[in-house]
Ligand binder design. Structure first.
Ligand code: ADP
Ligand code: MG
Length: 314
């Protein structure tokens, strides 16, 4: 391709809010046959909202622990999550602040990517070690009552079965309740997936979230369930891309999170990393292309522009 044609293509893309880091990137874009889409923040709005605080005390009084109530669960979780930028964390801190005003003080925050958070929270005169996250991870941290047979564990599984994202709140070594979060599929996500199909591109959904939530979104946007890769830890997202590449595919990956950055960079080695401009700086730095408007339709647009540009110069 001539440098001029590539510059023209880059300019056309920019008008659509598709910022390409260098004109040569359009060349590798042309060969993409597989597109991996992150769920949260790419296909969904990434603005999770708290839908429910579920406690065994409310479902079955016999299972209640003294002092448990939805407000305490939400306040402790909100304080513990105030150190995280994750969509799950933001939903929890927002809801906690809206319900009870100022959040309790917290310190010693530790983020466990793809799993949850721990922090020390001061409530009244007491200090609590609070954990919020996946039940399986809580169990490995020595928390009791988060197992699949426990009342809290069951509430968690029930919530996830409905397509929600759910996390368990624990303190003093015990699971106390479940926070149920919901996100919305972007209105243009299904059209974007259909357009990618029309360009003969295989579409996969990749997420750290649970399988039911992932399939719920896949069904709505038209991605086949066998192309859903769920419960993938941040460090394993890169391997998913590498495996597709090893199978002979030229892979594009679209993501927005800190946890997507390594996979975006891996895709960029021979295909393309696309970052949502509405996402984190780390993802934007790792990508070859930034989609400024956060609209998934920009993904097929980028492919069309590169194909058209390279047709003209041939
Ligand atoms: P995604 O690929 O959807 O962006 P992540 O890999 O970041 O997902 O997270 C996967 C799961 O890990 C979340 O659905 C949640 O259960 C848990 N998790 C991640 N971060 C947090 C957090 N700050 N607080 C509680 N749970 C979290
Ligand atoms: Mg994401």
């Amino acid at each position: 391709a001539t440098p001029t044609a590539l510059l023209v293509g880059t300019g056309r893309a920019a008008q659509l809010g598709i910022v390409i880091k260098g004109p040569e990137i359009l060349e590798s874009t042309r060969q993409i046959d597989t597109m991996v889409l992150d769920k949260t923040g790419t296909l969904t709005a990434g603005h999770m909202r708290l839908a429910d605080v579920a406690l065994p005390a409310l479902a079955a009084p016999a299972a209640a622990h003294d002092g448990d109530d939805p407000d305490t669960v939400l306040r402790l979780a909100g304080a513990a999550e105030s150190g995280s930028e994750h969509p799950v964390a933001r939903a929890i801190t927002e809801a906690a602040a809206a319900r009870s005003g100022q959040l309790p003080r917290s310190s010693g925050f530790v983020n466990h990517p793809g799993q949850g958070v721990t922090a020390t929270v001061e409530l009244g005169r007491a200090e609590y070690t609070v954990l919020v996250g996946r039940p399986g991870w809580l169990t490995t941290q020595g928390v009791g009552g988060a197992g699949p047979q426990d009342p809290v564990g069951r509430l968690h599984a029930e919530a996830e079965g409905t397509g929600a994202t759910a996390v368990v709140v624990a303190w003093e070594g015990r699971a106390h309740g479940v926070l149920v979060l919901r996100d919305e599929v972007k209105p243009t996500a299904a059209v974007a997936v259909a357009e990618l199909r029309g360009l003969d591109v295989n579409v996969h959904l990749l997420t750290g979230d649970n399988r039911a939530a992932a399939e719920h979104v896949a069904d709505r946007v038209g991605i086949a369930r066998e192309h859903v890769l769920a419960e993938v830890l941040p460090q394993d997202k890169l391997d998913v891309v590498a495996r597709l590449q090893a199978a002979g595919h030229v892979v594009g990956m679209v993501g927005d999170g800190v946890n997507d950055a390594a996979a975006l960079a891996q895709a960029g080695r021979q295909g393309l990393g696309l970052a949502m401009g509405t996402g984190t700086d780390v993802a934007i730095e790792a990508g070859d292309i930034t989609l400024m408007r956060g609209d998934p339709r920009a993904v097929p647009s980028a492919l069309r522009i590169s194909r058209a540009t390279l047709r003209i110069v041939r």
